[in-house]
Ligand binder design. Sequence first.
Ligand SMILES: Nc1ncnc2c1ncn2[C@@H]1O[C@H](COP(=O)(O)OP(=O)(O)O)[C@@H](O)[C@H]1O
Ligand SMILES: [Mg+2]
Length: 225
Amino acid sequence: MDILNSITIRHVKKYYGSGSSQVKALDGVDLSVAQGEFVAIVGASGSGKTTLLNMMGGLDAPTEGEVIVDGVNLGGLREEQRAVFRRKKVGFIFQNYNLVPTLTVEENILFPLDLDGSAPDFKFLEEMTELLGLRDKLQVYPGALSGGQQQRAAIARALMAKPAIILADEPTGNLDSQNGQNVAGLLKMTAQLTHRTLVLVTHNLELAQLADRVVQMKDGRIVSQ
Ligand SMILES: Nc1ncnc2c1ncn2[C@@H]1O[C@H](COP(=O)(O)OP(=O)(O)O)[C@@H](O)[C@H]1O
Ligand SMILES: [Mg+2]
């Protein structure tokens, strides 16, 4: 059954610290995301959205429970296996972009492939950067880009390895509402065109409406979906 699901989160808990200072970032989460589905995760700050996304991407391991992504149980992987898994299967778009300032936009986009020694699909790079309005920015450094352009460069980097799953953590957080709509729409369109699974964390309910399904979190739990 898991084969049909891109992502299966089963009884996942993530606790930080211990005793009276213990934080239950995730407190029993069950969630399945189908292949090609677009799911938005909403909820107040501190409700566990980023922690959940990090679990899906193998950036962090749960205290309890199982995370199965694209048929692979992440709990069974060693750290370096998880790193390889991440680079091949998951495209992460971080809240703060995480572009490398000393690399050009093109080098940033190709960076995850370089790490894996994979040959880039330059035609795809061309099409995607055209679509994202970055064609004339490939040779410049991130510092010379606007916030919106940096965001789109981060999207291009996440998509370059053609990952099965795209995980985006408030990728429109620093954009005005029009640019936010544009970026979210672009993500949705790219995911649809390439049949990718897309999980988008956002606190913007209007953007969440673009998704096939909206999952709401509160205090480390899913309260509605
Ligand atoms: N590395 C960490 N160490 C301790 N507490 C953390 C850590 N990461 C997150 N938390 C706590 O876990 C809870 C959920 O955080 P997070 O997943 O970042 O929420 P959200 O993304 O919804 O704002 C918060 O109370 C946060 O302070
Ligand atoms: Mg967060």
